[in-house]
Write a protein that binds this ligand. Structure first.
Ligand code: B12
Length: 284
């Protein structure tokens, strides 16, 4: 990363900012600040010199100058995969990038989650999970739900006070709504990994609309209808309100983050806190 003083490296026409307020950065490959980037893409043409020339022209049009094709490989008879290495002159003012929002709730241990549920509900919290649509990628939802968990954390099945119903892959919205009703679910957890033609967005909207229609008098998630939670690696560009859900989780989510969110969203604020004499048994 390079930090440059204002005005010295920015392209002509960049408005001058007060000294010290900008933190201009550019990518680098070989030496700091050299502007080198690596990019990969596929073109729908057979591999060969002509394909490489097309890749170079595309790279040039995308602002890489100079550029070189460092790898090209046939992907079947009619497609070629490329890796291109080249120089860009674009800059980013890092100071203008807002810091991401902090998590609005504390990360709880499984013992704290169990205790909070026992205190507030006096029954197990019910979670129904599924991959909907044609999506068969169950690894993500299993990472959150299955006892073996993810990233060294146990999944929600491990939590004594959470009852998990994992419906698996390719569940229809109708089946999900029906099961959530039958289980009297507190939360519905949906995974969407396939994003071709924005299937993840369409499926999620369809799912949310079905739950809103099924519970027309609900005030909010957990107040008259199950909390609607969706997760997957490519929800970066959308907000909850766009999809009609209560919460979106992205790549790298851990089970504890989800369990802590469920406590935060579904239980009264006073439910968490250290165990007292009234709390009979602690969790192992
Ligand atoms: C494993 C895999 C498969 C396995 C799935 C096995 C299974 N039971 O899940 C199999 C071989 C079946 C498969 C099939 C296909 N796959 Co596939 N697959 C993958 C692969 C390699 C890894 C996915 C994975 O397991 N990630 C690990 C998990 C832990 O990560 P995750 O899903 O992101 O989950 C985390 C978070 O997102 C979040 N999360 C996820 N869901 C939820 C839900 C909730 C409620 C919460 C809170 C959090 C949460 O928490 C998780 C833990 O942090 C990816 C490529 C990749 N590297 O990602 C391609 C990939 C997803 N597959 C792809 C494709 C195209 C397919 C097929 C269409 C291939 C084909 N032509 O047949 C089929 C589709 C099958 C179908 N009907 O869905 C594409 C999707 C492209 C796109 N734009 O949509 C990918 C990206 C590969 C690629 N680059 O082309 N696949």
């Amino acid at each position: 990363m390079t930090v440059e003083s204002p005005g010295t490296q920015a392209p002509p026409g960049t408005p001058a900012d007060p000294a010290g307020t900008r933190q201009v950065i550019r990518p680098y490959g070989d030496t700091t600040g050299d502007g080198m980037v690596q990019m990969s893409f596929t073109l729908p043409v057979p591999a060969g010199k002509r394909a490489d020339a097309a890749a170079l022209q595309l790279a040039g049009k995308m602002g890489l100058d100079p550029a070189s094709v460092v790898h090209s490989k046939a992907m079947g008879p009619d497609f070629t995969f490329f890796i291109v290495y080249g120089k860009v002159r674009h800059l980013v003012d890092y100071a203008s990038i807002p810091a991401p929002e902090e998590r609005a709730y504390p990360l709880l241990t499984s013992q704290e989650v169990n205790l909070a549920i026992r205190r507030a509900l006096n029954r197990r919290l019910v979670v129904v999970g599924a991959c909907i649509g044609t999506d068969a990628h169950t690894v993500g939802i299993d990472a959150i739900l299955n006892v073996k968990g993810f990233a060294g954390e146990k999944g929600l099945e491990y939590y004594r006070e959470i009852h998990v119903v994992n419906m698996g892959a390719q569940v229809t919205v109708e089946e999900l709504v029906e099961r959530a009703k039958a289980e009297d679910a507190d939360a519905v957890l949906v995974s969407q990994v396939v994003t071709q033609r924005n299937a993840h967005l369409h499926n999620t909207k369809q799912m949310a609309a079905a739950f809103h229609a099924e519970y027309p008098t609900a005030v909010a998630g957990g107040m008259g209808r199950p909390l609607l939670v969706v997760g997957g690696p490519r929800f970066d560009t959308v907000a909850e309100a766009d999809l009609g859900v209560d919460r979106i989780f992205g790549k790298g989510t851990t089970p504890a983050e989800v369990a802590s969110y469920l406590v935060h969203a579904l239980l009264p604020a006073g439910a968490t806190g250290p165990a007292g004499p009234a709390d009979q048994e602690d969790e192992s």
